[in-house]
Design a protein around this ligand. Structure first.
Ligand code: PLP
Length: 509
């Protein structure tokens, strides 16, 4: 008996340095670990003169394969950090680099990064109050702050999500269940889809995010349920086409129940005419979900906040903080105008959120989410807003807007480049290289090759996209530390690369 107790105590003690606790070993290991990570990352960042190592997918896959072995006896953190130095740290995309400007993928703010360390250390889980006693109220406070910025009414509510995909899904789920209940008295949560579900339709513009279709498929309606409305010359939802589509659906006996409007489309950053779209949604009794994953960042802008006027009319809203709010992935929010609609998600589990808790006023946030275990992401946004201040935050966003406008002007003045969006709505630029000296060159192939060459030589990270069947280059200018100097250098690289590719015999049409 004695012997086995001693063994157990010895074993327990031998785990001390693996966890943070009030004992000395845990504290020391935590401090040392943070210091070693700090040293390592500072070295990697001070060497990062390019946004990407430029290695091929195959080379990186091989390097990662070589470190995928786990010893019986542990290795020191310092040694493991050295082992991942090349394969992981130096082969990662340096998203904070001034020439990293491909996707809606932001450089994370330092308070957000430090927030991640606190979030991981505290490891609160946002599903039930007894797993997140303070975090529950901090998240609720952040939702309230956000609702205030949106000018949402007192009836509104919200929850943090993993990002736009989850928030869009939640918006359409509530829209579907609200319609089925109010139209047919049918409870989808309890009874599954109603017999006439195949007549249900969701409308969005042809430039809306693909997650609208993905949500429809996951909601059992199928992608066929999504009807796309044409966009105008600025890639905003065409009101005329919206009305045409609605009357056609009526004639065909179909049942439109949700309208998804985009506030900041992924490619052009276009914002649908929110007031007008809201009026049509009201006229036809549609649930209006606004996907403001990207455009929601303008909530803090000093010069462009008015572009979001009308957002407050939406029945539900998607906002992402890992885009224009500069938070580390992942961090988003979903809001509803009428908190009662969260009822479509709520489920009482005896072990987690029994009804009795509710009677006693205990707040279990699981009732508002499609997730159960959930991160305390609200903290990193809180720390960022507090330490940077909303005024400076707005200035950062406005700087990127001005940079986008100046970049558009600059590209417009260049001989070999053709600009697609002369007046960027937010901060994306769509353009392509169209050299005058080589009229017979395959321009799609040329632009794709430019993007690939710059990436694989680590000289610049930009995106490519397709507009009206043609390949374009795209800059997403989220980084407030990027300036015209980097843009000038990048455009010079693009022209130089185009010349090299054409001299190297790139395909002709
Ligand atoms: C307009 C829009 N909505 C939704 C999403 C999906 O967001 P997430 O990647 O955070 O899930 C994106 C992603 O870029 C987006 O641009």
């Amino acid at each position: 008996m004695m012997t086995s107790n001693v063994t157990l105590t010895d074993k327990k003690t031998s785990f001390n340095s693996f966890f943070l606790h009030r004992g000395k070993e845990g504290m020391e290991a935590f401090g040392q670990g943070l210091e070693q990570v700090r040293e390592k990352l500072m070295k990697v960042y001070s060497d990062a003169d390019r946004p990407f190592s430029g290695k091929t997918p195959f080379a990186i896959e091989k390097e990662i394969g070589e470190i995928m072995n786990f010893p019986l006896e542990g290795t020191s953190l310092e040694d493991v950090l050295d082992e991942i130095d090349g394969p992981v740290l130096r082969n990662s995309l340096h998203i904070s680099h001034e020439k990293s400007m491909a996707h809606l993928h932001c450089p994370p703010l330092l308070p957000g990064i430090i927030g991640e360390c606190i979030i991981g250390t505290l490891n609160q889980s946002m599903d039930s109050w007894d797993q997140s006693p303070a975090a529950t109220y901090l998240e609720e406070g952040m939702v309230k702050w956000l609702s205030g910025r949106i000018r949402y009414p007192e009836t509104s509510d919200g929850v943090f999500t993993s990002g736009g995909t989850q928030s869009n899904y939640m918006g359409l789920l509530l829209a579907r269940d609200y319609f089925c209940l109010t139209h047919w008295g049918h409870n989808v949560q309890k009874q599954g889809l109603p017999k006439d579900f195949h007549r249900l339709r969701i409308l969005c513009s042809e430039d809306a995010h693909f997650t609208v279709k993905k949500s429809a498929s996951q909601l059992g309606l199928g992608e066929q349920a999504v009807i796309t409305v044409k966009t105008d010359e600025h890639h905003r939802m065409s009101l005329r086409d919206l009305k045409t589509v609605l009357s056609r659906l009526g004639e065909d006996g179909l049942l439109p129940f949700a309208l998804v409007s985009t506030c900041g489309t992924t490619d052009f950053g276009s914002i649908d005419p929110l007031h007008e779209v809201a009026a049509i949604a009201e006229e036809y009794g549609l649930w209006l979900h606004v996907d403001a994953a990207f455009g929601g960042g303008l909530l803090l802008s000093h010069s462009h906040r008015r572009k979001l006027d009308g957002l407050e009319k939406a029945d539900s809203i998607t906002i992402d903080f890992h885009k224009l709010f500069y938070q580390p992935v992942s961090c988003g929010a979903f809001l509803v105008k009428n908190r009662q609609n969260f009822g479509f998600l709520s489920h009482h589990a005896d072990y987690l959120n029994p009804l009795k808790d509710e009677d006693e006023g205990i707040v279990n946030l699981v009732k508002k989410s499609t997730s159960t275990t959930r991160r305390f992401d609200a903290l990193k946004l809180y720390l960022s807003l507090k330490t940077i201040g909303t005024d400076t935050f707005g200035q950062m966003i406005d700087h990127t807007m001005e940079l986008a406008r100046n970049t558009a002007g600059y590209i417009e003045g260049m001989e070999n480049l053709s600009l697609k969006n002369k007046h960027p709505e937010i901060n994306t630029i769509i353009f392509r290289c169209e050299p005058l000296s080589a009229p017979d060159i395959d321009l799609d192939e040329l632009n794709r090759a430019i993007q690939q060459t710059l990436l694989h030589e680590g000289r610049g990270v930009l995106a490519k996209t397709t507009v009206e069947g043609k390949t374009y280059l795209k800059l997403t200018l989220l980084n407030p530390r990027t300036g015209m100097e980097e843009i000038n250098e990048l455009m010079t690289e693009i022209n130089k690369t185009a010349t090299q590719l054409m001299n190297g015999g790139l395909g002709r049409v």
